[in-house]
Each structure stands twice: as C-alpha cells, then as structure tokens.
Design a protein around this ligand. Sequence first.
Ligand SMILES: C[S@@+](CC[C@H](N)C(=O)[O-])C[C@H]1O[C@@H](n2cnc3c(N)ncnc32)[C@H](O)[C@@H]1O
Length: 260
Amino acid sequence: MDLGFRGDVVDFYQRYRRGYPDAAVDLVVDEFSLSRDDIVVDMGCGTGQLTLPFAGRVRAAVGVDPEPDMLARARQDALARGVANVGWMVAADTDLASLGAVLNGLGAVTIGQALHWMDHEALFRKSRPLVRPGGGVAVFTNGTPLWLQDADWSRALRSCLEELTGKRVTRTCGTDEETQQRYAADLAAAGFEVRSHRVEYSDPLELEAVVGNVFSALPVDRLPAPERRQAFFEQVGRALEPYAPFTEHVAVRVLTGRSG
Ligand SMILES: C[S@@+](CC[C@H](N)C(=O)[O-])C[C@H]1O[C@@H](n2cnc3c(N)ncnc32)[C@H](O)[C@@H]1O
C-alpha cells in the first residue's frame, strides 16, 4: 500500500498537524471507563498524535499504520518523550481481524482523522468482538481542513491552491456533517451505542503553519520539489496577506460507539 505518507510529508505532518485537546481524549476515557488495565489500539495512527495521549492514560497503546515512515517518526517521538508503554505495527484496517488473535479484550479502538481511508463498516463490525464490555470505538476528526473553513483567509487559500494545483480542492476528510451521520449510523448498525461529542477552540495560525499543513496533506509525489517550496510559500502568502492575522476555529468531533 502506498498512500504517499512518507519522505518529507512525514516531517510536515508531525510538525504542522495539530494534536488533540486533552478534553477530547478524556471524554473517551470517561465514556469507556478506560483505566491502567486497558489496552487501546489506534488505527491509522500516523505520527502518533492520538496514540501518545492515550498511552498516558491506559496500560498500553498500540499504533497501527500501513506507512512505515509515519510509524518510524511516531516511535522516535515516543522515545524522545520517554513514553515506553506504546508499540507500533505496520498493518491496515483490513488486518484488524487477524490482529485480534493477539489484541483482544481492548478498552478501545480509536481512529484519528483517518477513517476516510478505511472500509469503516467492516472496521466497526470487526472491532465489536475485540473490545471488552463497556469499551468501544472512538472516531476523531481534528477540525475542518484549512482550505474549507468559513473564513476569508480560508477561501483565499482554497482559490490559491486551486490555481496552483489546477484541481478543485474539496476533500472534507470525513469532517462534514453527512459523513459524520453516516459513520454514526454504521457504528449503531455494528451494535454500538453511539454518542456524538464536540470540543471547540480557536487558535492563531502563522503563514508557515498554513503552508506546512497544506504540504502535510499532499501525497509525497505531489509535494513541490524542495527548490520550489519557497515560491509556493510566497504565492500563498500574497493571496492570504489581505486577511491576516489568521485565526483557526478548530471543531474536534468525536463519535463514540460503546459496546454493551
Ligand atoms: C491523516 S493521517 C492521521 C494520523 C493521525 N491518526 C492523526 O490523528 O493525526 C491518516 C493516516 O491513516 C493511515 N492510513 C491510510 N489508510 C489506512 C488503512 N487502510 N488502514 C490503516 N491506516 C491507514 C495513513 O498512512 C496515515 O498515517
């Protein structure tokens, strides 16, 4: 599987993607009564933005991702932070049933900003027998993509990206209402008791973070070559300048499906 989450994209991802607010992680801990006895599996863990906060709250966390470069960076970050109760596995959502041979009785299966890459109905169904009673599945999204926000700077970013790439920029990455409702219905159909939660905050953004976030969302083969990145940065800078300073309103959504 080659999704393009490798090479320099990994650096941009780790540096410019937001972590999750404690309140969003803690509400899942409460909902599933997670404790120091529990193991959490984080599917599509990337560089570990969600895996590491869970590791701090349970016995152990396992980050699962098909992209070795993302996992290598996650592992490096865990070591740098002294987080020892975490393991990393190269695997995909389609491997979940076989992972169940070694990982079962789980407190939670979490998915952070990655479900749109997976067969979510199969994932929900296969997770059901792997979680302990009262545990469950938690689906996180980490705010609307920067180019789809309801702000003048975001609309300017979208136009600029469409001009630069020659493509329409419309991917919501699972953050839109319709997709959230579909996930909720499919979690319920898999036998989970579903609740929807939101944690919202606002945060200022520097231009560097805007461009870094855009680079983190490109597959590595579409990332501008290193010598062209400064020109890209300057072009985005000119397009957004009239709307500075930029504030991002971040709406983190969490769908929890609790097993009875
Ligand atoms: C946008 S990143 C999210 C990373 C992190 N969970 C976060 O919350 O920021 C999406 C991750 O999903 C992974 N991914 C893509 N397809 C997958 C699949 N079929 N099974 C598991 N992970 C997958 C990618 O390799 C990538 O690391």
